[in-house]
Design a protein around this ligand. Sequence first.
Ligand code: ZN
Ligand code: ZN
Length: 192
Amino acid sequence: MSYIQALTEATEERSGYSPYRLADMADCGSPDRLDSSGALFLCSVRDAVMEHVTYAGSDWDDDSMPDMIEKSFMDNGIAHEIADGAPDVYTFTRWAEFVDLAAYQEVPEFGEWPEDLTDAAGVALYQIAERLVSALVAEVCEHLRNYEPPHVNYPHNPGYLHDCPACESRCYCTDDPGHVECVYCAGQSEEA
Ligand SMILES: [Zn+2]
Ligand SMILES: [Zn+2]
Protein backbone atom coordinates (compact mmCIF):
# COMPACT_ATOMS: atom_id res chain seq x y z
CA MET A 1 0.00 0.00 0.00
CA SER A 2 0.97 3.58 -0.61
CA TYR A 3 -0.88 6.88 -0.58
CA ILE A 4 -1.56 6.40 -4.30
CA GLN A 5 -3.19 3.03 -3.57
CA ALA A 6 -5.16 4.54 -0.68
CA LEU A 7 -6.37 7.20 -3.12
CA THR A 8 -7.41 4.58 -5.68
CA GLU A 9 -9.26 2.70 -2.94
CA ALA A 10 -11.06 5.88 -1.82
CA THR A 11 -12.11 6.89 -5.33
CA GLU A 12 -13.17 3.39 -6.41
CA GLU A 13 -15.41 3.06 -3.38
CA ARG A 14 -17.08 6.43 -4.00
CA SER A 15 -17.45 5.82 -7.74
CA GLY A 16 -19.90 3.13 -6.70
CA TYR A 17 -22.09 5.46 -4.62
CA SER A 18 -25.72 5.34 -5.74
CA PRO A 19 -27.62 8.49 -6.78
CA TYR A 20 -29.69 8.15 -3.59
CA ARG A 21 -26.61 8.22 -1.41
CA LEU A 22 -25.24 11.15 -3.42
CA ALA A 23 -28.54 13.04 -2.93
CA ASP A 24 -28.16 12.52 0.81
CA MET A 25 -24.64 13.92 0.69
CA ALA A 26 -25.78 16.90 -1.39
CA ASP A 27 -28.72 17.47 0.95
CA CYS A 28 -31.25 17.62 -1.90
CA GLY A 29 -34.34 15.67 -2.92
CA SER A 30 -33.89 11.99 -3.76
CA PRO A 31 -34.09 11.30 -7.52
CA ASP A 32 -36.99 9.34 -8.92
CA ARG A 33 -35.05 6.47 -10.50
CA LEU A 34 -31.46 5.30 -10.93
CA ASP A 35 -31.46 6.77 -14.45
CA SER A 36 -33.70 9.83 -14.01
CA SER A 37 -32.36 13.29 -14.94
CA GLY A 38 -31.46 14.17 -11.36
CA ALA A 39 -29.73 10.83 -10.82
CA LEU A 40 -27.60 11.35 -13.94
CA PHE A 41 -26.82 14.89 -12.75
CA LEU A 42 -25.49 13.62 -9.39
CA CYS A 43 -23.53 10.78 -10.99
CA SER A 44 -21.83 13.09 -13.47
CA VAL A 45 -20.73 15.37 -10.60
CA ARG A 46 -19.45 12.31 -8.71
CA ASP A 47 -17.45 11.10 -11.72
CA ALA A 48 -15.97 14.54 -12.39
CA VAL A 49 -14.88 14.84 -8.75
CA MET A 50 -13.24 11.39 -8.73
CA GLU A 51 -11.41 12.16 -11.97
CA HIS A 52 -10.02 15.45 -10.60
CA VAL A 53 -9.18 13.96 -7.20
CA THR A 54 -7.11 11.27 -8.92
CA TYR A 55 -5.42 13.84 -11.12
CA ALA A 56 -4.71 16.29 -8.29
CA GLY A 57 -3.46 13.62 -5.87
CA SER A 58 -1.29 11.52 -8.18
CA ASP A 59 1.81 13.73 -7.83
CA TRP A 60 1.87 13.56 -4.02
CA ASP A 61 2.59 10.09 -2.73
CA ASP A 62 2.92 11.13 0.94
CA ASP A 63 0.88 12.66 3.76
CA SER A 64 0.66 16.02 1.96
CA MET A 65 -1.74 14.43 -0.57
CA PRO A 66 -5.06 15.38 1.13
CA ASP A 67 -3.92 18.99 1.59
CA MET A 68 -2.85 19.21 -2.04
CA ILE A 69 -6.18 17.80 -3.22
CA GLU A 70 -8.16 20.31 -1.14
CA LYS A 71 -5.94 23.11 -2.34
CA SER A 72 -6.48 22.17 -5.95
CA PHE A 73 -10.25 22.09 -5.55
CA MET A 74 -10.43 25.43 -3.75
CA ASP A 75 -7.53 27.53 -5.04
CA ASN A 76 -7.69 26.34 -8.64
CA GLY A 77 -11.45 26.72 -8.78
CA ILE A 78 -12.06 23.07 -9.71
CA ALA A 79 -15.03 22.88 -7.32
CA HIS A 80 -16.61 25.89 -9.05
CA GLU A 81 -15.79 24.54 -12.50
CA ILE A 82 -17.47 21.17 -11.83
CA ALA A 83 -20.56 22.71 -10.18
CA ASP A 84 -20.83 25.29 -12.94
CA GLY A 85 -20.78 22.65 -15.65
CA ALA A 86 -23.31 20.40 -13.90
CA PRO A 87 -26.73 21.91 -14.83
CA ASP A 88 -27.74 20.76 -18.30
CA VAL A 89 -27.51 23.36 -21.08
CA TYR A 90 -30.84 22.19 -22.55
CA THR A 91 -33.77 23.95 -20.93
CA PHE A 92 -36.00 20.89 -20.80
CA THR A 93 -33.36 18.65 -19.20
CA ARG A 94 -32.34 21.35 -16.74
CA TRP A 95 -35.90 21.67 -15.47
CA ALA A 96 -36.21 17.88 -15.27
CA GLU A 97 -33.09 17.87 -13.05
CA PHE A 98 -34.57 20.72 -11.02
CA VAL A 99 -37.81 18.89 -10.29
CA ASP A 100 -36.18 15.50 -9.78
CA LEU A 101 -33.84 16.85 -7.08
CA ALA A 102 -36.47 19.15 -5.51
CA ALA A 103 -34.24 22.15 -6.22
CA TYR A 104 -37.27 24.39 -5.56
CA GLN A 105 -36.37 23.88 -1.88
CA GLU A 106 -33.07 25.73 -2.36
CA VAL A 107 -32.47 29.02 -0.56
CA PRO A 108 -30.23 31.37 -2.60
CA GLU A 109 -26.64 31.30 -1.33
CA PHE A 110 -25.45 34.13 -3.59
CA GLY A 111 -27.84 37.05 -3.07
CA GLU A 112 -31.03 37.01 -5.16
CA TRP A 113 -32.06 34.43 -7.73
CA PRO A 114 -31.41 35.58 -11.30
CA GLU A 115 -34.48 37.12 -12.97
CA ASP A 116 -34.51 34.61 -15.80
CA LEU A 117 -36.23 31.49 -14.48
CA THR A 118 -34.05 29.00 -16.33
CA ASP A 119 -30.92 30.80 -15.12
CA ALA A 120 -32.34 30.62 -11.59
CA ALA A 121 -32.86 26.87 -11.98
CA GLY A 122 -29.22 26.65 -13.03
CA VAL A 123 -28.05 28.49 -9.90
CA ALA A 124 -30.20 26.27 -7.66
CA LEU A 125 -28.65 23.18 -9.30
CA TYR A 126 -25.20 24.75 -9.01
CA GLN A 127 -25.70 24.98 -5.23
CA ILE A 128 -26.61 21.28 -5.03
CA ALA A 129 -23.63 20.28 -7.17
CA GLU A 130 -21.28 22.46 -5.13
CA ARG A 131 -22.36 20.82 -1.86
CA LEU A 132 -21.86 17.39 -3.38
CA VAL A 133 -18.36 18.29 -4.59
CA SER A 134 -17.38 19.50 -1.09
CA ALA A 135 -18.82 16.44 0.63
CA LEU A 136 -17.05 14.01 -1.73
CA VAL A 137 -13.69 15.79 -1.52
CA ALA A 138 -13.96 15.92 2.29
CA GLU A 139 -14.63 12.15 2.44
CA VAL A 140 -11.71 11.26 0.17
CA CYS A 141 -9.36 13.51 2.17
CA GLU A 142 -10.52 12.03 5.45
CA HIS A 143 -9.84 8.55 4.09
CA LEU A 144 -6.30 9.66 3.16
CA ARG A 145 -5.70 11.32 6.52
CA ASN A 146 -6.65 8.11 8.31
CA TYR A 147 -4.36 6.07 6.12
CA GLU A 148 -1.24 4.75 7.84
CA PRO A 149 1.60 3.65 5.58
CA PRO A 150 3.03 0.19 6.40
CA HIS A 151 6.57 -0.39 7.65
CA VAL A 152 9.17 -1.32 5.03
CA ASN A 153 9.84 -4.99 4.59
CA TYR A 154 13.10 -5.04 6.57
CA PRO A 155 13.30 -6.18 10.18
CA HIS A 156 13.39 -3.18 12.53
CA ASN A 157 11.98 -1.77 15.73
CA PRO A 158 8.91 0.29 14.81
CA GLY A 159 9.89 3.93 15.03
CA TYR A 160 13.64 3.47 14.57
CA LEU A 161 14.35 3.07 10.86
CA HIS A 162 15.17 6.09 8.72
CA ASP A 163 13.41 6.25 5.35
CA CYS A 164 10.64 3.91 6.50
CA PRO A 165 7.41 5.81 5.72
CA ALA A 166 5.60 4.30 8.71
CA CYS A 167 8.41 5.10 11.15
CA GLU A 168 8.57 8.65 9.83
CA SER A 169 4.80 9.19 9.85
CA ARG A 170 4.31 9.52 13.61
CA CYS A 171 6.00 9.42 17.02
CA TYR A 172 6.90 6.03 18.47
CA CYS A 173 8.55 7.31 21.64
CA THR A 174 7.48 5.65 24.88
CA ASP A 175 7.28 7.09 28.37
CA ASP A 176 10.18 4.82 29.29
CA PRO A 177 12.85 6.89 30.99
CA GLY A 178 16.03 6.58 28.99
CA HIS A 179 14.35 5.60 25.71
CA VAL A 180 16.01 6.54 22.46
CA GLU A 181 14.32 9.29 20.48
CA CYS A 182 12.34 7.87 17.53
CA VAL A 183 13.19 8.89 13.96
CA TYR A 184 10.01 10.97 13.72
CA CYS A 185 11.06 13.11 16.69
CA ALA A 186 14.64 13.25 15.45
CA GLY A 187 13.33 14.57 12.14
CA GLN A 188 11.15 17.17 13.87
CA SER A 189 14.04 18.55 15.93
CA GLU A 190 16.26 18.67 12.82
CA GLU A 191 13.65 20.76 11.03
CA ALA A 192 13.26 23.15 13.95
ZN1 ZN B 1 9.18 1.32 10.16
ZN1 ZN C 1 9.04 10.25 19.12
